[in-house]
Design a protein around this ligand. Structure first.
Ligand code: PMV
Length: 325
């Protein structure tokens, strides 16, 4: 392995879960897509000999050194990258920046770990396969969330729409027709760890009921996969509505999420649901191109602190765009 001391940068997108959150922890399939309108970036620059590695978390206004406690996620990610590359601590400054709102279901921690590990590995002259990168980020997800399913690191590392099932090989989704999403933020931060724990506790008390809900959510995710691949965008809206109702039954929605979900439908969305762990964070709505402004306005009036528009491109369109970027 050659050591390269030139400056290296990497970025990783945010993400939304379109179908299957929570049930995915229990082995059901889920669908997630990258959100490229927000991203995390990591830049590694050489530092004077003997200075070691400093991680500068610009958004937090904090610096970290490698001797931080083992459960500090940024330094844990850096240590993992070094050990994966069998490299000693380099003399370098690793600067992190992110435009992804934290603790809101858009994968901010995941994207930061992904960008950090990729940039550091490239600085060390040890580029990684996406599958290896995803596996390392999964280790950091465990620090953040306890028992993650692995969907977040997969969609963020691959930066493509994925159909994900715990323990199964990654399946990239072929998108049959483009579709547009509006992502509305309740502005309420929510802990994925606590939401997952709440569902686990509910299931412990009534396994049959919760397993039946997980099965129904998995069924919705499978129907959605077929609709996405066939380009049947019309079929996706009702499936999102159905998924949201099942998430309400799981107990992970909130009045603020329900309000945004309802107002998106009122504004003309084809369907809408909470996205991610729930109890706060973001919701997602499927909208026709000519309704984008109207639905975005409804969301803002209903209290959304931020609205992101994201179009998921057809697979073939994506290839053409990447070539000309
Ligand atoms: O990190 P979030 O808020 O996008 O939620 C992750 C999705 C869950 O299914 C709730 C947890 C998991 O690990 O899959």
């Amino acid at each position: 392995m050659s050591t390269n001391h030139a400056t290296r940068s990497a970025s990783a997108p945010g993400k939304v879960i379109l179908f299957g959150e929570h049930a995915v922890v229990y082995g059901q399939p889920a669908i997630a897509v990258p959100v490229t309108q927000v991203k995390a970036n990591a830049t590694v620059t050489p530092a004077p000999p003997g200075s070691g590695l400093t991680i500068v978390a610009s958004d937090l206004g904090t610096d970290f050194r490698l001797d931080a406690p083992p459960d500090e996620p940024l330094t844990a990610a850096a240590r993992l990258a070094l050990s994966h590359c069998s490299a000693p601590e380099p003399d370098a400054t690793l600067t992190l920046r992110s435009t992804i709102p934290i603790a809101s279901g858009l994968g901010s921690g995941t994207a930061v770990s992904t960008a950090l590990i990729r940039a550091l590995a490239e600085f060390l002259g040890c580029p990684m396969e996406t599958a290896e990168l995803s596996a390392l980020v999964f280790e950091i997800e465990k620090i953040h969330h306890g028992t993650p399913s692995g969907i977040d690191n997969t969609v963020v590392a691959y930066a493509q729409p994925v159909y994900f099932r715990r323990g199964q090989p990654v399946e990239r989704l072929a998108v049959g027709a483009p579709f547009t999403l509006l992502i509305g933020d309740t502005g309420i931060r929510s802990s994925t760890r606590e939401a997952v724990e709440q569902v686990r506790e509910s299931r412990r008390r009534d396994p049959a009921h919760y397993d039946a809900l997980f099965d129904q959510i998995g069924d919705v995710a499978n129907q959605a996969r077929r609709a996405i691949e066939a380009g049947r965008v019309d079929a996706l809206g009702p499936l999102m509505d159905e998924n949201h109702d099942l998430l309400i039954e799981l107990g992970v929605s909130s009045p603020e999420l329900d309000e945004l979900v309802e107002s998106a439908r009122f504004g003309g969305a084809m369907g809408s649901k909470l996205s991610g762990a729930g109890r706060g964070g973001n919701m997602v709505a499927l909208v026709e191109e000519d309704c984008v402004e109207e639905v975005a306005e409804e969301l803002r009036e209903a209290g959304a602190s931020r609205v992101i528009v994201s179009t998921i491109l057809q697979r073939t369109l994506q290839r053409i765009r990447n070539k000309t970027d």
